[in-house]
Design a protein around this ligand. Sequence first.
Ligand code: FDA
Length: 406
Amino acid sequence: MAAAQNFDVVVLGAGAAGMMCAAEAGRRGRRVLLLEHGEQVGRKILISGGGRCNFTNVNARAENFLSANPHFAKSALARYMPKDFIALVERYGIAYHEKTLGQLFCDGSARQIVTMLEKECAGAAVETRCGVNVSRVNMDGGSHLGARFMVETTEGAISCEAVVIATGGLSIPKMGATAFGYDLARALGHAVVEPRAGLVPLVFSESDREQWCDLTGISTEVVASAETKKPVFREKLLVTHRGVSGPAVLQVSSYWRPGGEVKFDLAPGREMLGPLLEKNARRDAASLLAVLRGALPARMAERWVQVHAVERNADWTNAGIARMEQALHAWTLKPAGTEGFVKAEVTVGGVDTAELDARTMESRRVRGLYFIGEVVDVTGWLGGYNFQWAWASAVAAGEAIADRRQ
Ligand code: FDA
């Protein structure tokens, strides 16, 4: 049998978090091996932000993340902030702009971010190997304290002091997503918060499909919410041939649970039907349509009138108009489901943070084992938050791994 190769650290998964962590630990003097089972590093970065990579959000804070423990992300996010990643981007001369709501995108292409991370890894003497499959991670010494690990791969066994799991979530299986991180965590006794699709389009129920689906392509600004106490998002909604999408819907999808409802205010901050209440105003479908055209795209306004006034034989009293106003501010759908991991930008849930150290990302069960990025039960909103978590958790682990030596 060939002798095991030896490294200080093996990082599994060369996505955003894995590359960042490898570079950080390498820069601090550790011998790092970065293993990727796909043929290429940073594949999700390349397709992110419509090819321009929304690499951070200047407003990122713990409140913008979902987790069973809402406090867990605070420490890492506070120690590696958007301004730190922006400084790195600027050091590489990558031009960027703020699109909206604090979201920073490359002016050029997402490839620039991948190239930057490759250079960071190369500069830190990280050895990167693609197309390598990992079959097992064994604790060599048999002891859970200060264990040396044996990582078994298609290229032989690798022994190391620390293993970082940066294998991401389940979204976009064709990009190489696997359940490896969750399976390993479970095998070592970690709990995993049930992974589910997040930042994902929602699918209409049968009856809603009949009523709304032919409006495919229509987009309008809404205030969206999934449950009363959850955050609300003022962004665009898009009707698709299967249901609803657009940033507002993607945001609430992460909070939505099967069987639950989503609500959309179609005329945020505006009272629309006031003109119908005026003295001598006409109160009929035509006048309702005229006022709704001020808030909604024409075809949507027409459909709204059809559904709420014509089909339901509207009551044109003051109380009836008030009810129609209310309905406009709370368009309620009960989705049949989501479009699933095939279309999801992220996975909500993941390795339970209860047994991870929030400062270092190290497992409390197995010393020397770290979980970073999307595999952890920390999920950001749409808008650069998920990459900020990848960078911040990666740097937290990279620093801690370097400190282990002292
Ligand atoms: P990531 O998934 O990036 O990397 C994991 C790596 O591990 C992959 O390379 C995978 O092949 C590898 N791997 C898996 N199993 C393995 C195994 N067993 N052995 C070895 N390697 C293995 N976020 C954001 O902030 N701004 C944005 O603009 C976008 N845009 C966007 C668009 C689309 C279409 C998607 C799908 C997602 C986004 N995101 C995003 C989300 C963002 O891409 C995501 O949160 C991060 O890439 C997560 O980084 P990780 O490194 O944790 O996982």
